[in-house]
Structure formats: C-alpha cells, structure tokens
Design a protein around this ligand. Structure first.
Ligand code: FAD
Length: 263
C-alpha cells in the first residue's frame, strides 16, 4: 500500500477540489475500513477538506476472458473496457463508448445510458472488505436506477461473454450526447424523479444558466453543473442547494443527488 498526492482540481471531471493524499491499494493489501473509495472521480464533488480517500492501483487494472465470462479489474477504465469488447466482438457493453469511469465506479453507480445499465450484463462481483473477499452473483446485490448496495470495494467483475459487438449502437449513444455541455462537469447532478426530469424542473424554476462565481447550471442541459474556469466547491454547493430548495417550493418534489458530495 502506498500514498499518492492527487490534485482534484485536475483529476476530477468537474475540476473542483484541492490536493489530497490518497491511499493506493494493490493486490495483497488489506483494505482499510475508514477511507472512502474513489475511482476516476467522474461523479464526485470534493470539498477542499475531503475525508480520507483510497483508490485501487494498477494491479486492479486488467481485462481478460475465461470460458464464457469477461473478467474486469476494479480500476479498469471504461475506455479500455470498450476497446477490448470492440476488438474481441463482445456484445452488451457498447454504451461504455460514451460513459467515463472505472469499473468500480460504474458498478457502484449502476451507471448507464437510458435502458443500458452495467448490471444488465453483469454476472457477479468480487467485493473486498478488510481481509475478506466475497464473490456475489448479481441477484444477491440490491441495485436499481443509479444505485447498487456495495458493502466494500469492488475489485473484480464478471460479465456474460456474448459475441456480437453492435457498432450501430455507438451512433445511438453519440446522439444521446448531443445535449451534453462541453465544459467540465460530473454528469447529471440529480437523479430524475419518477416520471419527470431533474433538468426540466431546474429549468422550470428559472435556474438554467444561473451562475455563482465560476460554477453554473448549464444553459445547454440544466441538470449539469459546469465549471466555467476556476469554479469552487462552495459555489457548486450553493447552486445545488438552491436548485433543491426552488424545486421543492415550486413543485413539492425532493431532488436527490446522483453525484457524491465529499466534505
Ligand atoms: C460528462 C459526464 C457524463 C456522464 N454521463 C453519465 C451517464 O450518462 N450515465 C451515468 O450513469 N453516469 C454518467 N456520468 C457519471 C459517471 O460517469 C459515472 O457515475 C461513473 O460510474 C463514475 O465512475 P468513477 O470511476 O469516476 O467513480 P467515482 O466518481 O470516483 O465514484 C463514484 C462512486 O463509486 C464508488 N466507487 C468507485 N470505485 C469503487 C470501487 N472500486 N468499489 C466500490 N465503490 C466504488 C465511489 O465510492 C462513489 O460512490 C457522467 C459523468 C460525466 C463527467
């Protein structure tokens, strides 16, 4: 186990945060209980004083096949997984072409695009907690829309190996991304409430395009909080709380964050 100094104003996709020491876990290390596990920080908003953090190191960055399964390490990036399934003509993970993250983060968030979610094609997970490693079939893990109940650190996932990579789907996923702002963000800030869209609600309460310092609710997609340059945590949090308050007052709807706020 070693420690790495990470500048979250560069590492996180929203480019907010300060420099923090992150514990790096490699094979053979006992997973400590206290630190918060991070992946690629594509779904995180970090304060200047985050809790203790850990991440998986290069030993967990791997992808291979065994029999009729695809096996992926917890630190493997979506781009690498996508290149592998394309090259080896494997079906079901095409949506990773347009979804940033590491395997651990993708599984913990049950990340996806519309009806394409990572749990759809998952067989099982290996989860580490302290010195204990448990392999669990998908059905033993509670999961749903942008949620999976993972008690520990995902170190490995196994997927069904079905041939037939569908290149036509890539254009579909690309089209779904046309309303995505180009500035740094952490993707959608809020989950969509049942039967509605968080972006529609934020727009309806007049916050689309609203700015605080260098953070703003995007004028392209109102559920994206974008960093216009030197955006900071306090301004991001102010806009998030403002949207929750206005939507609650205007519609009686409680918005729930999809992003994880670490402070
Ligand atoms: C431009 C943009 C567009 C996006 N669009 C989408 C989208 O369409 N759909 C979607 O679902 N998401 C989207 N996201 C969000 C993001 O891509 C996903 O949430 C992704 O799964 C995050 O992966 P990560 O490795 O960056 O995880 P992080 O952001 O580092 O962490 C996210 C969560 O995963 C947990 N976690 C990370 N690694 C592990 C591990 N090894 N074991 C256990 N838990 C772990 C963390 O504790 C945290 O709770 C978007 C993000 C951006 C920046």
């Amino acid at each position: 186990m070693h420690t790495k100094s990470i500048d979250f104003s560069k590492y996180s996709s929203i480019k907010v945060g300060s420099i923090a020491d992150v514990m790096v876990i490699e094979k053979g290390d006992t997973i400590p209980q206290e630190p918060y596990i991070i992946g690629g920080a594509n779904n995180l908003l970090l304060s200047p004083h985050p809790p203790p953090l850990m991440m998986l190191g290069k030993d967990f960055d791997f992808i291979t096949t065994e029999g009729n399964e695809l096996i992926v390490g917890g630190a493997t990036k979506s781009g690498r997984i996508f290149s592998f399934v394309k090259k080896h003509d494997i079906a079901g993970l095409e949506f990773l072409s347009h979804l940033p993250g590491t395997l651990g983060g993708l599984v913990a968030m049950n990340a996806g695009l519309k009806s394409y979610e990572i749990f759809n094609v998952l067989n099982s997970l290996t989860i580490a907690n302290g010195e204990i490693k448990t392999s669990l079939p998908k059905d033993a893990i509670k999961h749903g829309y942008r949620f999976a109940q993972i008690n520990g650190v995902v170190i490995e996932a196994r997927f069904e190996l079905r041939r037939g990579f569908d290149a036509a789907l890539i254009e579909e996923f690309k089209a779904m991304r046309t309303n995505q702002p180009p500035q740094p963000s952490a993707g959608s800030v809020f989950k969509n409430p049942q039967g509605d869209y968080a972006g529609r609600l934020i727009e309806a309460v007049g916050l689309k395009g609203t700015r605080a310092g260098d953070m703003a609710w995007s004028d392209i997609h109102a559920n994206f909080l974008v960093n216009l340059g030197g955006g900071c945590f306090e301004d991001a949090l102010y806009l998030i709380n403002l949207a929750k308050q206005r939507v609650k007052e205007g519609f009686g709807i409680e918005l729930h964050e999809e992003i994880e706020i670490l402070q």
